[in-house]
Design a protein around this ligand. Structure first.
Ligand code: UT7
Length: 337
């Protein structure tokens, strides 16, 4: 009889640029206030790059920390999967620049585009590579530089105040020890393309002819994110509990047995609402949105790294990670640490 291979996270890392941008700083640039931003989102400050770092640089720092934590060299990984919605160039993906900077051998790498659920989609991809026996170690990265793509004016204030820059990374490895129960227990993913335009950046786009970007698009701000905030909020608070319950069932885990719930850090109110509707105590729901804002694909691995380094996730404990984002996409992964 063959024993199924299980994958597990063996190292975590995160990195944010040094420049802190407070709500008060933003209130100098547009018609907003610390009170509005805190009340609606729970955010107090976020980090923005200062021109000296690219997305790849953020990803590189986070990846090196994850590799160090796992005790693995760059030459020992079999693939890189990098989730982002803010790639540093149209093509190739940010993962290729990371590939070069890390100095890895000619292993495959690719960017995965599933927005704020991108890290969990990437984790599922790494898990599938490992469980199929194709690979033994995969570096999974979530990385965003939002700040250079936001509109810091009254027109863009609804999104400009929410997003921050950062990167998080994990090393996912095959667990060779059949007696060790740690590892990824279940991952479930969903999408609803019908709502693709409820939160999106319209241009540049290859759907436009004869050119992908025009002066008119620039003047209309089509290169900035646009969001129907209330619509997104309503779907997030419905889909997150749904997929969390579905994944708990798939893993055969009772909700009360989960030690930590790591929710995507889009809005503290969304997460409070989700936790309350499921009867999850706030103490089990750590957050870092107050300090970093919404870092999309990087949010969950950044939070995971913080709780691991703070000793809040110990061997044998159960962690459930749940995201919702543009696409729409939503997903949960449950792991025994
Ligand atoms: O990560 C991907 C997933 N993203 C999300 O999950 C985000 C989901 N949506 C949300 O988190 C919330 O909808 C927001 C935080 C974006 C907005 O909160 P809201 O309570 O839904 O506010 P709203 O969009 O309904 O706007 C309320 C008012 C409006 O003014 P009027 O029409 O009532 O006069 C806005 O123009 O707040 C105004 N407003 C602002 N005021 C001050 C919008 N942005 C700002 C701002 N500062 N930055």
């Amino acid at each position: 009889m063959t024993t199924a291979i299980r994958s597990r996270i063996t190292g975590t890392g995160m990195y944010v640029p040094e420049r802190v941008v407070t709500n008060h700083d933003l209130a100098q640039r547009m018609n907003t206030s610390d009170e509005w931003i805190r009340q609606r989102s729970g955010i107090a400050e976020r980090r923005h790059v200062d021109g000296s770092e690219t997305p790849m640089d953020l990803a590189l720092h986070a990846s090196r920390r994850a590799l160090d934590a796992a005790g693995v060299g760059p030459d020992e990984i079999d693939a890189i999967v990098l989730a982002t919605l803010s790639p540093q160039h149209e093509f190739p993906g940010t993962s290729f620049f990371l590939h070069h900077a890390l100095g890895v051998p000619e292993i495959p790498c690719f960017d995965l585009r599933a927005q704020c659920s991108g890290f969990l989609y990437s984790l599922a991809t790494a898990d599938a590579f490992i469980r199929s026996g194709q690979m033994r170690r995969v570096l999974v990265v979530g990385c965003e530089v939002h700040s250079t793509g936001l509109e810091f004016t009254d027109r863009g204030r609804d999104t400009a105040v929410l997003f921050g820059d950062g990167a998080g990374a994990v090393v996912v490895e095959a667990n060779p020890d059949a007696d060790d129960r740690s590892g990824l227990l279940a991952i479930r993913m969903h999408a609803q393309g019908e709502h693709g335009k409820k939160l999106w950046i319209e241009a540049p786009g290859s759907s436009y002819y004869p050119e992908r970007f025009t002066q008119e698009m620039f003047d209309a701000g089509a290169h900035y994110p646009r969001m129907e905030g209330r619509f997104v909020f309503k779907h997030a608070v419905t889909r997150m509990p749904e997929v969390l319950r579905e994944t708990l069932d798939a893993a055969g885990i009772k909700q009360d047995d989960v030690d930590l719930f790591l929710f995507h850090q889009a809005n503290l109110r969304i997460n409070e609402f989700v936790a309350q509707s499921l009867g999850i105590p706030p103490a089990k729901c750590p957050s870092n949105i107050e300090r970093f804002g919404n870092c999309s694909a990087a949010s969950i691995p950044m939070l995971l790294d913080e709780v691991v380094r703070a000793g809040r996730l110990r061997k044998g404990q159960l962690v459930a990670m749940t995201a919702f984002g543009a696409g729409f996409t939503w997903a949960t992964a449950i792991a025994r640490w």
